[in-house]
Design a protein around this ligand. Structure first.
Ligand code: ARG
Length: 649
């Protein structure tokens, strides 16, 4: 079924002519398009319209309850403005018997069609199994030669700050960013996964101060990355705890001053602010000692993160970070010169270089600082320079920032780039945002990604020991660990979907739920299917799986949940397309759980039959079911791969 000729041969068995062609039909990738094309021709013959018009009036049904294909009568645009209700009745009544469809029904201005159960398994099951990991996916990730017109997307996600906590928004960004990257890859894009480390800025100055005050030493760098990272993080945390009240007091004072409540005279600022800035300034100016320390800290932190992300199935192509455009000075300096030259930036009353967006037609964006006190580079300046740097390096067609909140910041970045006379680059930027949910602490608040993941592993172990829902095949520590981390990913993606049952992430209780739309639910359903496939394999012998689909009697799949699973499987490519377009994981998750629900009924049937002693080996039934199960397994795996979870069986 990999070629049109192959598909046509398959369809000839059903007394059909060659597949009708339409420009927007993609029968080799979307099985529903095969049905769509034949339906268009039948409709054309019936109402005498143009074939393309007929094709365009048909859409895939929005829910399974509405059938599989839907003629939307207003879209047919028939001359003479016929009464649509009457037209629906006419079409329904006169639609000739067709090998691919059951009798349609009318629904206001729609005529709805279900795919013919007798045809569906014969076409779809070989279709899915022939495509395997690339069913629902445009580009097989392992295929050797990418298309010549392949586009490049940079997906920037996770991006924690050196020394600082790995926050909830970093975690969400990691999980969402991995999903976004996968959907692009699935649609044939060249994807560069980028981690824009917060490896430059005032906090590095603070870390350097802490290094001297809280026992930093070279010994730390000879420890394994996990231990070294924890030691660095500890040092930073001590400084952070010292700073926090001072920052709060400073903010309070600034606010009071603004409101006129406090005397206006300048007060002495706490010394640590100046010390922090001075340390960072030394680094920016290339002071050998500061640079050496920074390099060592950065190196071991990246090592730690690489190993830890790997447990989540995330591998970055690039850890460029904020430092990249600052270290040689040229990146940021070039931008600054240009901004001055074009009159986009200006010096404010304190001598800082800023962009006052009110002067550029956007009052709402306020003022953005390019260089702060003492001439230190700012976050905004670094981001602008790194967009331009990356554009030069990768020539990307799209750059997606997966970052919680920071909406104003990314609007500022985009506007400055546009003002610089680069609207074509600005048009390629997209900020995928989400709420930070700061009220939810990460367990134990250690602030280390590795600790969060370990906690998930423990939860999975606990759930396995407690719930009795885990089959023996999953009772293996290594598998449970993967499962725990997968579960976190599913929970995070589900939270984005707005799942009511789980209002926050980092909820251990919720992570251990084995039923419903949860990570464990997904994995247990998948494992149950794997067990069923093994069972069928051992009771039906090896002959069935090798028989070609034209010899198989599919009649056991023509009804009940069996046909419902098939109808769902046919939709999978449309679901992955939609996931790519919206970059939302919700519909894909919903889809996966509906497949598992329907499949669950099929598996219940099988178990009941087994208990009733129905082993009198019905070869063709086994063969048909085995194909359905294997196809379903493939679809679940392809979906999981997009969601960035590892199927555990
Ligand atoms: N490191 C930043 C933080 O922790 C996130 C970086 C977001 N990406 C960017 N291009 N500014 O908040």
């Amino acid at each position: 079924t990999r070629t049109l000729d192959g598909l046509t041969a398959l369809l000839q068995g059903l007394d059909l002519d060659e597949i009708p062609t339409f420009p927007s039909a993609d029968p080799l990738r979307q099985p529903v398009d095969i049905f769509h094309a034949y339906l268009a021709v039948a409709l054309q013959a019936l109402v005498g319209c143009d074939a393309q018009q007929a094709y365009d009036s048909i859409t895939p049904a929005n829910t399974v309850g509405n059938g599989d294909l839907d003629i939307v009568l207003p879209k047919l645009k028939l001359p003479g403005d016929p009464n649509l209700q009457d037209l629906a009745a006419d079409i329904t009544r006169n639609f000739p018997a067709h090998p691919l469809f059951v009798v349609p029904w009318k629904d206001k201005a729609h005529v709805r069609f279900c795919l013919q159960p007798k045809a569906l398994p014969r076409i779809l099951l070989p279709y899915i199994l022939d495509r395997g990991p690339s069913y629902g996916i445009l580009q097989d990730p392992d295929s050797p030669d990418p298309p010549s017109d392949q586009k490049t997307v940079l997906v920037e996600f996770s991006s924690p700050n050196l020394g600082q906590d790995f926050r909830t928004d970093h975690l969400r960004s990691t999980i969402l960013g991995a999903f976004v990257s996968n959907t692009y890859e699935a649609m044939g894009w060249h994807v560069i996964r980028t981690n824009y480390l917060g490896d430059w800025g005032n906090h590095i100055g603070l870390l350097s101060l802490g290094w001297d005050r809280h026992g930093g030493s070279d010994e730390i760098f000879s420890k394994p990355p996990g231990e070294a990272f924890r030691a660095i993080h500890d040092i930073y945390s001590k400084m952070h705890d010292e700073m926090e009240p001072k920052i709060a007091a400073k903010r309070k004072k600034a606010k009071e001053k603004q409101e006129g409540a406090s005397p206006v005279e300048e007060e002495e600022e706490e010394a640590i602010f100046a010390e922090r800035a001075a340390a960072f300034k030394r680094l920016e100016e290339g002071d050998a000692k500061e640079v050496e320390l920074w390099e060592k800290i950065r190196k071991i932190s990246v090592e730690y993160y690489e190993g830890t992300y790997k447990k989540m199935g995330v591998v970055f192509d690039d850890y460029s970070g904020e430092s990249l455009v600052c270290r040689d000075g040229k990146g940021v300096q070039g931008v600054e010169e240009k901004l001055k030259e074009l009159g986009i930036s200006e010096q404010d009353e304190h001598g800082l270089w800023v962009v006052n967006f009110a002067n550029h037609g956007n009052v709402k964006l306020g003022t953005g600082t390019l260089r702060g006190k003492d001439g230190i580079t700012g976050y905004l300046l670094r981001d602008i320079a790194s967009v331009l740097h990356r554009h030069e390096k990768y020539g990307f067609d799209k750059l997606i920032f997966v970052v919680g909140e920071q909406n104003q910041h990314f609007q500022q970045v985009a506007l400055v780039i546009k003002l610089m006379g680069l609207p074509e680059i600005e048009a390629k930027l997209q900020h995928l945002t989400f709420a930070k949910n700061p009220s939810v602490p990460i367990w134990g608040e250690s602030g280390l990604l590795g600790d969060i993941l370990e906690r998930c592993e423990q939860y999975a172990q606990l759930a396995a020991a407690d719930s009795g829902a885990f089959p023996p095949r999953l009772q293996v520590n290594e598998k449970l660990n993967t499962l725990g981390i997968n579960t976190l990913a599913i929970q995070e993606l589900n939270t984005r979907k707005g799942n009511k049952g789980i209002s926050t992430s980092f909820d251990g209780e919720a992570l251990m739920l084995t039923e419903g739309e949860t990570g464990l639910g997904l994995q247990l359903g998948y494992a149950r299917l794997c067990t069923a496939i093994d069972d069928i394999g051992s009771s039906s012998g090896s002959s069935s799986s090798s028989s070609s689909s034209s010899e198989i009697d599919f009649s056991s799949l023509w009804e009940g949940s069996w046909i419902e699973v098939l109808r769902l499987l046919a939709r999978f490519p449309a679901v992955t397309n939609a996931a790519h377009k919206s970059l939302e994981p919700g519909p894909l998750l919903t889809y996966m759980f509906s497949v598992l629900d329907e499949l669950g009924y099929c598996l219940d049937d099988v178990e009941e039959e087994d208990e009733a002693g129905g082993q009198e080996s019905d070869g063709s039934k086994f063969a048909a079911r085995s194909l359905l199960f294997r196809s379903t397994k493939q679809v679940l795996e392809n979906g999981m791969r997009l969601l960035n979870v590892t199927p555990v069986s």
